[in-house]
Design a binder for this molecule. Sequence first.
Ligand SMILES: *Cc1c(COP(=O)(O)O)cnc(C)c1O
Length: 416
Amino acid sequence: MSLNMPADTPQRHPAITGYAIRDNCLVIGDTPVTRLASQIGATPFYAHDRSRLDARIELLRHYLPDGVNLNYAVKANPMPAIVQHLSGLVDGFDVASAKEMQTALDTPMPAKRISFAGPGKTPQELDRAVAAGITIAMESETEMRTISAAADRQGLRPRVVIRVNPDFDLKSSGMRMGGGPKQFGVDAERVPQMLGHLAKLDLEFVGFHIFAGSQNLDVQSLCETQIKTADLALALAKHAPAPVRHLNMGGGLGIPYFPKDQPLDLEPIGANLAEVLTRIGSDLPEARVMIELGRFIVGEAGVYVARIIDRKESRGEVFLITDGGLHHQLAASGNFGQVIRRNYPVAIANRMNEAPQETANVVGCLCTPLDLLANKVELPRAEIGDLVVVFQSGAYGLSASPMEFLSHPRPAEILV
Ligand SMILES: *Cc1c(COP(=O)(O)O)cnc(C)c1O
């Protein structure tokens, strides 16, 4: 990481310090952001840096044990160029819709390394998944029957896993996705009975998918969850009609979004996973064990860039009004599941070496007070025409934002 930034600049968030700066301008993928804006010919836009994706995968491979497979959860960023790029770097894709499935199938990734999870898969989607020959994570007995009917009609024997709603959750997570009553997966205590029914159907049972939560920055919680996940998988495997060959242990690794967040230390997580893997290996020797990560892979590789269209003062506060907003970057506005609104790291892309001179609010162009990209941040004095950059925007950005709200045009999204 290049640290060519003076210490007295406002951009001290760990997410920002890793970027290069050239002629006072932030550099993404070896190109200054101002030049990317000229290349695209319009603002706002998303720019993702492929060398940062590569570095992320290298980091994971360095710390995680060799035996663990690394899946990318496509919903974090389904941009086809990114999925294509990652197809050569990860071991599998997790998709959550038929369109994501097609994006994944368009890459060289083998179909059976693509798995499809998520509640409410329609009979049509399941038909397509059976025909595609991917691995299907069944979220209910209803889905199992629908898949079985599709398989009979098509004369195919699909690879299936049961998505388990664990009897524990991932503590201190940004988003809990298991434990307690949930729409995801089959409650762990009901799985043995479902396995009994499955044994009578002509489906190729290969294993389990257990996902407990997301956006976690607590090493101990993550390690405990890995252990509990393995315990649960080993207990459920005793009821399985065939050897477990596929065990998706979830992921949950978070990234630092807010000022007090610290990046995860992967070393203890990798060491814990190595022990867990050894235990699984002795009981389930055929199991291919995988973790699935979304934001940890793509989140820090992307920025959102918007241009300042107006600058005004209102009753003592400065407002930098941009041509972007929550219709493209909902999460940065604090409206994507956050309980307390906190600022994503932001900077003025063309004034990276200038010291903070004022406290400003960065807002979007939508007619709602929710359209706040940064609240009272210290920034250099910014002028009309300058570019605001929102970091940590590579995951749950454009595809997780209400793009149609106010009917502005779709922004460009590029991979540099
Ligand atoms: C969304 C999702 C993920 C990815 O979560 P991140 O926080 O982006 O890593 C992984 N697995 C499942 C089942 C998901 O639904």
